[in-house]
Each structure stands twice: as structure tokens, then as C-alpha cells.
Design a protein around this ligand. Sequence first.
Ligand SMILES: C[S@@+](CC[C@H](N)C(=O)[O-])C[C@H]1O[C@@H](n2cnc3c(N)ncnc32)[C@H](O)[C@@H]1O
Length: 269
Amino acid sequence: MRAMNGATFGARYDAIISEPRMRALYGASGYFNTGYWPAGVTKLVDACDRLVDEIASVIPSDAQTMVDVGCGLGAGTRRIADRFPAALVVGLNLSLWQLAQVKARGVGALVTDAARQALASDAIDAVTAIESPQHFDTRAHFFAEAHRVLRPGGVLTLSDMLFINEETIGAWMLPPANRITTLADYTRTLADAGFVDINVRDATDICWRPYCAAMRGVFAGHEDSLRAIEESLSFYLLASARKADIPRISASMQNEVVSSSEPHHGVSG
Ligand SMILES: C[S@@+](CC[C@H](N)C(=O)[O-])C[C@H]1O[C@@H](n2cnc3c(N)ncnc32)[C@H](O)[C@@H]1O
């Protein structure tokens, strides 16, 4: 469990988001992420929109219930809700101050820890986490919770940052127990939580590098710190995974043996 309680962590995080140079970067957009910068995207807020679109692109169009874990000020949550107008979309966060702004954007807001979610099991069609799992205590607990709250067949889709060390950014923000530095270990951690159809891809060059360049525009004179921050990251990644379906009884089962990808919980012979 993290050293400081959730409210203290949230208040400290709020101060970072509100810092004047961060406000200069994001304006009133309600974002706090690196963005996704394909050719032609030159503005941070446009890149933030593209990151949300990239993460949401794997969510089935008939999804009805979604949670956005570590939702920040809710711009990404709002964009997901706009993409799925018939769905119930709720942002999850430790900070009440951030959640008040999420609510003001017209989406649901729930104060809960990503690693211990106050949600029922088997209830959610899609779990998103836009650049927040680096803070969780730990990803393994978050993945276990995401797997628990998703209905069979539900989707987890996210972006995440793997840091080589915690000191540069601050151990209060990056719990040392959460350290994963390779994509292979990341994939294994998702599989250990029970996920299938796992896709993990390196997005460092399309997310992290252009963001660091944008940071240099507003943090002039801090080149050494910026270089240390840039080099403390091993990977920025995009990942998606699915909770296995439970097979439905169908007539075809009379004629064939149907295999299930669901983990076996029963007594084996
Ligand atoms: C980098 S910001 C990303 C915010 C937002 N997803 C966006 O893209 O603009 C990380 C967010 O995760 C939240 N967070 C950090 N640890 C958390 C936890 N254990 N449970 C829930 N939210 C958490 C922070 O308060 C912050 O809102």
C-alpha cells in the first residue's frame, strides 16, 4: 500500500496539475497527458485528443458501461462519452478536486483507488486508463481489479509509462513496487491477471519524445532536468487486453467439443 493516503496523494497531484507552466501547456483543455503525435499534429491539445481516440479505438461500438481510471480533469473521459453517446461513462480518481471538474464536464465521477475499486464484479464493458497506471500501487493490483470489474468479453485499453527509476519524477508519484521496465514483463503482468488477446506496443517516439519537445517550450532554462526526465523513461506504451468470454450453450455443442480460453477453476482429474 502507498505510503501516503489517497486524499494526501490527490492534493499533491492537484498542485502539479495546477502549476502555472502546466496550465500554460494545457490551457483549459482538461487534459494532463503526453498526447499522441502522428504526422500533421503540432499542438499538444490536439495530440491529447488523438491519444484518447487511439485508446478508445479498440472498444466495441455496443459498449454500454465504461470507467476511465485515473481520469484527471475529465477531458479524456468526456471525449470517450461523446464517442459512445448511449453509454454510461464514469471517471475514477483519488482527487475530489479533479473529480469536481470531471462532473462539470457532464460525466460521472467516483472517488476510488485504481488498485481497490469500489465497483461490483463482472459489470463493466470497457476499462480505460489514459496515462495513469504508472502511479498505481500497483499495476498488478489494478490489472486484477480491472479484470474483476469487467464482464466476460470486456476490454481493458490504456496508455502507460515505464520508468527506469523513480527518483527523477519522485517516488511519491511512482511507487517503487510498481516498477516494470520491459514490454515483455508488462505483457506477463497482464496475463497473470487473467487477460487474453493482449496487445502491448511501444509508443515512445509518437507520444513521449514530441511531448518532451513541447515541455522545452515552457520550461526554458531547465534543460538538465528535462533531459533527466526524458531519459528516466524506458517505454511509453499503448496496451489492450480482453477478459475471456464464457462460452454460451449452443446447438453446435452436441456435435463438437468446444474449447474455452477461460482459466479453469474446477477440480481437475
Ligand atoms: C497523468 S494524469 C492523467 C489524467 C487523464 N487521464 C488525462 O489523460 O488527462 C494521472 C491521473 O491519475 C490519477 N491517479 C493517480 N493515482 C491514482 C490511483 N491510485 N487511483 C485513481 N487515480 C489515480 C491522478 O490523480 C491523475 O488524475
